[in-house]
Write a protein that binds this ligand. Structure first.
Ligand code: TK8
Length: 344
């Protein structure tokens, strides 16, 4: 069924309905109102799957657990909201893994360019024991990391010129593109290596920065570019798929510790179920969003294998710099999982 979405997007792709919520109503372990801040719009897979998470909790506790979701970065950006989880001023959030490398440095493996060749490989990695160890490594930071899900393959957009090669990023007779990046050192390294002028910036400030020409461009999955209306201030898109970024659904440890064990089990199960649904929605949104952006006037440059290979070669120094710092063994184990998935 096509979910009815806000007027900003009268249309949406044919989105799958969430799975039916099964399971008995749990015993009464007190009532809880959970405030959850997320970065993206009400039309995003991130929001729609968070609603499903809330519905599971409400139904399985007969309304005793209520989740109030605040979208569009209205409570702050990823970095600020993670800090609010630590102090307990916010109960849940759903940042990208990239700004969370300050808490768990191993997460930077996901920022290595062209690491995960297919969505199947990315899903296998996010479901792996190695990934679970990264979630567990948040213990003691004040954040309970519940599950990974899909932010997705990142694509470059800009307002200056079509980009089909690293030379187009660097500009031969013109200056390199100024590109906003997430607050993450590997992403800075990627765009410096490509000859751009990268600027780390909170997601919530990005639209106005592009509108005012503070930056030429940014990089995010097609569905984020569409649901955040970036096509209104970006004329060119390039299907670089240079990084696959996960989201991490998080709860404040203070909130988690207030829940009875049976409610904690339910929250963990609901998080996993909503993540599965989010990945399904993200997949259904991906190519459709690109085509929608094209229909709405964005000039999309699709890259062939040789053009992608040129980008992979151009960013090889990022591996040389970061592989030793992230851990060659960790990277090798992730690549092994990814390759095994790709051959299924
Ligand atoms: C939204 C962010 C966003 C991320 C970014 O909270 O900052 O560009 O890709 O989706 O997590």
């Amino acid at each position: 069924a096509t979910l009815t979405l806000g007027m900003a997007h009268a249309q949406s792709p044919e989105l799958s309905d969430p799975p039916a919520i099964d399971g008995a109503v749990l015993d009464d372990h007190g009532s809880h109102t959970i405030r959850m801040g997320i970065g993206l719009a009400e039309t995003s897979p991130q929001y729609l799957s968070s609603r499903y998470f809330a519905d599971i909790l409400a139904q399985r506790t007969d309304g005793r657990i209520t989740v109030n979701i605040f979208p569009n970065s209205q409570l702050g950006d990823d970095v600020q909201m993670m800090e609010m989880l630590q102090t307990g001023t916010l109960d849940m959030s759903y940042p990208s893994s990239s700004p969370a490398t300050t808490y768990v440095s191993e997460l930077a493996v996901f920022d290595l360019p062209f690491l995960l060749p297919t969505r199947e490989a990315a899903i296998a990695v996010m479901n792996s024991d190695v990934a679970q160890e990264m979630l567990d490594a948040f213990e003691g930071t004040g954040i309970k990391a519940l599950t990974f899900s899909e932010n997705g393959y990142r694509q470059l957009s800009n307002s200056a010129r079509p980009v089909a090669s690293p030379d187009d990023v660097a500009g031969l007779d013109v200056r390199g593109l100024s590109v906003r990046t997430m607050e993450n050192p590997v992403h800075l390294s990627i765009w410096e290596t490509l000859g751009a002028n990268p600027t780390p910036m909170a997601f919530g400030e990005l639209f106005s920065a592009m509108e005012q020409g503070v930056v030429d461009g940014q990089e995010n999955p097609w569905s984020t570019i569409l649901t955040s209306n970036f096509h209104e201030v970006q004329d060119y898109g390039s299907e670089t798929r240079h990084v696959y970024t996960p989201f991490i659904m998080m709860m404040s440890e203070r909130t988690w510790d207030r829940l009875a064990p049976e409610y904690q089990e339910l929250v963990q199960d609901a998080a996993r179920k909503s993540a599965e649904y989010e990945i399904q929605l993200a997949a259904e949104y991906d190519d459709w969003s690109r085509d929608q952006l094209e229909e709405r006037g964005m000039q999309i440059t699709r890259l062939d294998d040789d053009q992608i290979a040129a980008f992979q070669e151009a960013v090889q120094p990022v591996y040389d710099e970061w592989a030793p710092r992230i851990g060659e063994d960790l990277i090798a184990s992730i690549q092994e999982i990814a390759n095994a998935a790709g051959n299924e």
